[in-house]
Structure formats: structure tokens, C-alpha cells
Design a protein around this ligand. Structure first.
Ligand SMILES: O=C(O)c1ccccc1NCC(=O)[C@H](O)[C@H](O)COP(=O)(O)O
Length: 256
């Protein structure tokens, strides 16, 4: 049975083929802002490293935010104490766009990850072209050779890579890469169920030289404090922040 990830990847492959044939042009972006370094600095200072996500809609929840304003969200996240931004650029399933990343990055000083589905190293060049400081590799979406090629393209451009895993086998594959920034996605991409225990259980067996990011389904300071008891101090949060009337205050309540 095909999963939502299979569907997204099939769409992405044909989309990338079309984009490669007629690439968009953008001005020269400013040099990469250190994404992992920003997370590590927050943790070294005794805080939490928050990647605050700009997410208009999702396959699991549909439209999340109707008054969607990426530069305003970026400023609010920065003022509230986020370390980094994540901007969804996939159009078909998340109502995202590259222009949202360009506008959000220009509105703040935070490093930005392009949250999209990488299937081709060419997308790394495209991501840097729109200013992304980091990209996402989803282990479930790629074989080892593809992951290494995409990671190499990012390293060549001084970009960071967040390597996303869902289970122990994927973690083992992720650790063959150079990146030491690992995201554990608590959302099951077949059922959309979220299980926060997944992060604790996986990280228990992982090497200590990695920065781990708990992703998906986090909604409260209590969730973050519970993760911190298991030595996880970095988080990727989208929906719960995007639903807030006062995004800056909500961000501060999480990590202030
Ligand atoms: O969010 C989804 O429904 C989703 C479905 C299929 C693939 C990926 C999906 N989300 C991408 C993400 O990684 C999340 O946006 C991110 O972890 C933030 O999660 P949340 O705080 O639950 O919005």
C-alpha cells in the first residue's frame, strides 16, 4: 500500500524534472548562516534550541493558518527566542512556496532550513539559490547513495543537513553520513499518529556527539521539559505555534 510519503515523493520527482528544465533565477543569496551552530549555541547557554516552523497547511491537518504572513511569523519567532526557522516550500501538499522562504529569511537574522522533500542533488543548488542555510534529508525517502550525494552537495555549499529518522534502522543509516544533526520524527507517516516516546527510545542508544532534534507533535513547555530529562534539548515545532494568535508570546512561553 502506498503511503503519503510515497505519494509526495512521486509528485516531487516529476516536479523537480520540470523545474530543472526551466530553473527560476534569483539574486545572489547572502552566505549561509550556521544552522546547527545556532542550535548548539542555545543549548550551550543552558536553553532550548527551537526550530520554529512556518507551515501554512499539512496533509494531516489541512489548512492550519489562514492569515499566513511568513515575514511576520519570522520576526515573531526571532523575538520569542527561536534559534532557527524551518520553512515548508512544498506546494502540492503543504501549500508552501520558495518565495515564503526568501521573504522569511530576509525579515530576520535566523538560519533557515528549507523543509522540502529532497530527491535530487540539484535541489540543494536550488535551495542555496533561494537562501536556505540548511536542507532536510529524510532517510525513509532515499537510499544510502542518494543520501550521500545530496549531503555532499550541501557540504560543498557550506550548508547544514538535518537528517530525519523514524526508527533504529534509519538511525543506523543516518549515522553513516557526516552530518551530526539528527531529527527524530515522532509522526508516523503511514497513520499520522504522533508518539513522543519515539524520540526518547531512539536517542537512548545513539552516540553522544550528535545534536538531536525532536520533531512533530510538540505543543507545550511540559513536552519540552520531558524531552530534556532524556537529554534532548532541540525541537522542531510547526502546527502548535502556527495556530497561536500571539506567535511571539507563544514562542517565548516555550523557550523563553
Ligand atoms: O505535518 C504533516 O502532516 C506531514 C505529513 C507528511 C510528511 C511530513 C509532514 N510534516 C513535516 C514535518 O516534519 C512537520 O511539519 C514538523 O516536524 C513539525 O511538526 P508539527 O509541530 O507537528 O507541525
Amino acid at each position: 500500500m502506498s503511503t503519503i510519503l510515497d505519494k509526495i515523493l512521486a509528485t516531487k520527482r516529476s516536479e523537480v524534472a520540470a523545474r530543472r528544465a526551466a530553473p527560476a533565477t534569483h539574486g545572489e543569496p547572502s552566505p549561509p548562516r550556521g544552522f546547527k551552530a545556532a542550535l548548539d549555541a542555545k543549548v550551550a547557554a543552558g536553553g532550548y534550541g527551537l526550530i520554529a516552523e512556518i507551515k501554512k497547511a499539512s496533509p494531516s491537518k489541512g489548512l492550519i493558518r489562514s492569515d499566513f504572513d511568513p515575514p511576520a511569523h519570522a520576526r515573531a519567532y526571532q523575538a520569542g527566542g527561536a534559534a532557527c526557522l524551518s520553512v515548508l516550500t512544498d506546494q502540492e501538499y503543504f501549500q508552501g512556496h520558495e518565495d515564503y522562504l526568501i521573504a522569511a529569511r530576509a525579515a530576520c537574522e535566523l538560519p533557515v532550513i528549507r523543509k522540502d522533500f529532497m530527491v535530487d542533488p540539484w535541489q540543494v543548488e536550488e535551495s542555496r539559490g533561494i537562501g536556505a542555510d540548511a536542507i532536510l534529508i529524510i532517510v525513509a525517502a532515499l537510499d544510502d547513495g542518494q543520501m550521500a550525494e545530496i549531503e555532499a552537495a550541501a557540504i560543498d555549499r557550506n550548508m547544514d543537513v538535518l537528517v530525519e529518522v523514524h526508527d533504529a534502522d534509519e538511525l543506523e543509516r543516518a549515522l553513516r553520513l557526516e552530518s551530526r544533526l539528527i531529527g527524530v520524527n515522532n509522526r508516523n507517516l503511514k497513520t499520522f499518529e504522533v508518539d513522543l516516546k519515539k524520540t526518547y527510545e531512539l536517542v537512548r542508544h545513539a552516540p553522544k556527539d550528535c545534536t538531536f532534534v525532536a520533531e512533530s507533535g510538540l505543543t507545550s513547555r511540559a513536552d519540552l521539559d520531558a524531552m530534556a530529562e532524556h537529554d534532548i534539548r532541540c525541537f522542531l515545532i510547526g502546527e502548535s505555534l502556527m495556530r497561536q494568535a500571539d506567535v511571539e508570546a507563544a514562542t517565548r512561553a516555550l523557550v523563553g
